[in-house]
Each structure stands twice: as structure tokens, then as C-alpha cells.
Design a binder for this molecule. Structure first.
Ligand code: SF4
Ligand code: SF4
Length: 192
């Protein structure tokens, strides 16, 4: 479903629907420097090395958690879209990738050697990304699919979204309100 988002005055409410309050990424989009890609490459090499020296390679594989189900998943996706990835600021040039994630990717794609796994990631670095955010944080959001992301990325919810996901999700009308400072964005009313 194509989502449209509206800028609203901070005082405007959710019109009787359940409001899910999340932060808002207001960073600027800038070209990704070659240094960032180089730092990522170095991090991937170290992660692949760490994978090879793991004591319990099978037991240490990073889990691949599914998205929340149905309507809750729809609200979560809408929230992260309207927020534009505020929490990705911690991803730096490492994106929380480590030997455990490399083990998951290698196990799932046995036809790929270490070089091909590196390519898989490096090719996904966007030409432009949010200044000071994760190296994979492009204009359209994260450029990695869930199978390539760390478990940190696949399981993290900010407090506003986490409260909704773990709380009462029986509401049939939800509005996401993303805001920080003067700028606020709001989703349309989300229904099951
Ligand atoms: S988890 Fe919260 S802060 Fe992170 S992208 Fe989603 S809505 Fe934004
Ligand atoms: S890998 Fe994706 S989800 Fe994880 S911090 Fe980077 S941009 Fe965000």
C-alpha cells in the first residue's frame, strides 16, 4: 500500500484513533564518502574473520527474527517510514554486523564465498545517505533486507513503537505521529 504522510501542527491530535508517538529523523541527505565504504569493508573483513574463529559456529549464529504479525507489523512499518529511521544513527559504518551475522548469511547462501558476501553488503551502500547515520541509511530507508541485517536492527523498537507492539494492540485505528522539535509528521489513519 502506498502511504502518504502529512505535516501537521504539533498540537493536532490523532482524531480519536490510538496515537503511536515516535521520533523523527531530521538529518540531511549527503553523498556517501568513499571513506565510509572503506571503513565498512574493513569492518566486514574483521567480522568474517571473527566468524571463522568462533568457538561454537552453529550455536552462535545470529537469529533471523520475523517482523511482527499482520496489523502490528503494518503499524511498525508505517512508524519506521514516517520517522525516517531516527534510530539508525547508531549504525555508523558497522551497522551492528559481526561474526554471528556473517555466519547466518554464509549458512543461508552457501553458494557465496567470503568475497561475494562482502560484495552483497558493499553494493548496498547508497550513493547518498543521512548525514551521521548508518552507512546503509539511504533516502528510502535501510538498503539491507532483513536477512542481511543484524539482530539488533531486526529486533529494536524505540520506546513509543515498543510500547504499542508490546501493549494493547486491539485498536482498529492507529495514527503514527513522528516529531522532534518544531517538525511533526503524521501517518494516515491505519486500519487492519
Ligand atoms: S524503531 Fe522507532 S526510532 Fe527506529 S525507525 Fe522505527 S519508529 Fe523510528
Ligand atoms: S542496517 Fe539498516 S536498520 Fe540497521 S542501523 Fe543501518 S540503516 Fe538502520
Amino acid at each position: 500500500m502506498e502511504m502518504q504522510y502529512f505535516k501537521v501542527d504539533a498540537g493536532e491530535g490523532a482524531g480519536g484513533n490510538q496515537a503511536v508517538m515516535v521520533p523523527l529523523n531530521q538529518r540531511a541527505l549527503v553523498p556517501t564518502s568513499p571513506e565510509r565504504a572503506r571503513r565498512l569493508r574493513r569492518h566486514l573483513i574483521a567480522s568474517l574473520r571473527a566468524m571463522r574463529t568462533m568457538k561454537d559456529p552453529k550455536g552462535s549464529v545470529s537469529p533471523l527474527r520475523p517482523e511482527p504479525d499482520e496489523f502490528v507489523g503494518k503499524v511498525a512499518r508505517a512508524a519506521c517510514t514516517v520517522c525516517k529511521g531516527w534510530c539508525c544513527k547508531g549504525g555508523g559504518d558497522h551497522a551492528y554486523l559481526d561474526g554471528r551475522v556473517m555466519a547466518r548469511v554464509r549458512n543461508a547462501r552457501t553458494e557465496l564465498d567470503a568475497r561475494a558476501v562482502m560484495r552483497l553488503y558493499v553494493e548496498r551502500v547508497p550513493a547518498a545517505g543521512y548525514e551521521g547515520s548508518c552507512v546503509f541509511h539511504g533516502a528510502e530507508g535501510c538498503t539491507l533486507d532483513r536477512s542481511l541485517r543484524s539482530d539488533v536492527c531486526n529486533s529494536y523498537f524505540c520506546s513509543g513503537l515498543g510500547n504499542y507492539v508490546k501493549g494493547d494492540t486491539t485498536s482498529t485505528g492507529v495514527v503514527v505521529i513522528a516529531g522532534e522539535g518544531a517538525e511533526v509528521r503524521m501517518s494516515p489513519v491505519l486500519t487492519p
